[in-house]
Design a protein around this ligand. Structure first.
Ligand SMILES: [Zn+2]
Length: 289
């Protein structure tokens, strides 16, 4: 079996429910997230169990309402933000159908990576369902340019991301990495990469109330080329790996499996979500509900 191909052509869900709790990044409160199995063809839905009637929102690019620093999806009262790290974990672990129960608008930030969510999913295990997957195989180039970001999608025999990042006037070197995206590469090469920010951005983010739960437990800070964090970098090129993780999460918002190469130059949530929307139009999928 070619380990780079999707495990199989059939949809998968979780074998059992799995829970995690911790502090949220933006609001700084304790939150709980529960991943539960869901029927075939239902996709990924986030449910706000703290609200009357427990309203839900499908994790689709068409439901994205904000992309500033994190990806926010909403459908009526069901609004949730910073869902990309858990979505990336679900996609990479081959979960097509699941309900993400949240007791507030934001999941725990954990250590700023996808690893705790991957561990939840691996602990619960996944199982095959009867319906076939919708797989989008890229047949011709697709291109998005938004601000400093450029994303080019090309045909490829596997899902692959080739990413370049460079932070304006920071002293950080350009980082480039190209990897296939599958469970194995995600777990070993991307999942542990943490969120990061530039030191000069912190004051503005604090003033806007965007990082009330931010600390060196869940982010890496860059200042004049120096790294400020508790445990040192997990990979020498941790930043480009986190950007790749974010792409996996944001691109999962098409609602289908992806086979193609994404060449990403300075990607961010706005460009990733714009690409996911464009791909949904090309695929012509209209997800009901
Ligand atoms: Zn991220």
């Amino acid at each position: 079996m070619n380990r780079h191909m999707p495990k199989q052509e059939y949809q998968r869900t979780l074998k059992s429910s799995t829970r995690y709790s911790g502090i949220t990044l933006h609001t700084g409160v304790r939150a709980r997230i529960t991943l539960t199995p869901a029927p075939e063809n239902s996709g990924i839905t986030v449910v706000r169990v703290d609200l009357p009637g427990a309203p839900g929102v499908r994790a689709l690019a068409t439901n994205v309402v904000d992309v500033e620093r994190a990806t926010t999806i909403a459908d009526g009262a069901a609004a949730v933000h910073t869902v990309e790290h858990v979505l990336a974990a679900l996609y990479a672990c081959e979960v097509d159908n699941a309900v993400i129960e949240m007791d507030g608008p934001e999941p725990p930030i954990a250590d700023g990576s996808s690893e705790p969510f991957v561990n939840m999913i691996l602990k619960a295990g996944t199982k095959r369902q009867r319906a076939k997957r919708t797989v989008y195989r890229v047949t011709e180039p697709v291109y998005i340019e938004l601000g400093p970001s450029k994303l080019i999608v090309l045909p490829c025999t596997e899902y692959r991301i080739s990413c370049t990042v460079k932070y304006g006037d920071s002293m950080m070197d350009t980082q480039y990495l190209s990897l296939p995206v599958n469970t194995e590469t995600f777990v070993n090469e991307m999942a542990k990469a943490r969120t990061f920010c530039l030191y000069d951005e912190i004051e503005g983010l604090m003033t806007k109330g965007l990082i009330r739960g931010g600390s060196l437990d869940n982010a890496v800070v860059l200042r004049n080329g120096a790294i400020i964090c508790k445990e040192g970098l997990r990979y020498a090129d941790e930043f480009v790996r986190h950007k790749m993780l974010d792409i996996v999460g944001d691109l999962s918002l098409t609602g289908c499996r992806f086979v193609g190469e994404i060449i990403a130059i300075k990607p961010g949530h706005p460009s990733n979500v714009a690409l996911a929307r464009k791909l949904m139009e090309i695929i012509g999928i209209s997800h009901a509900g």
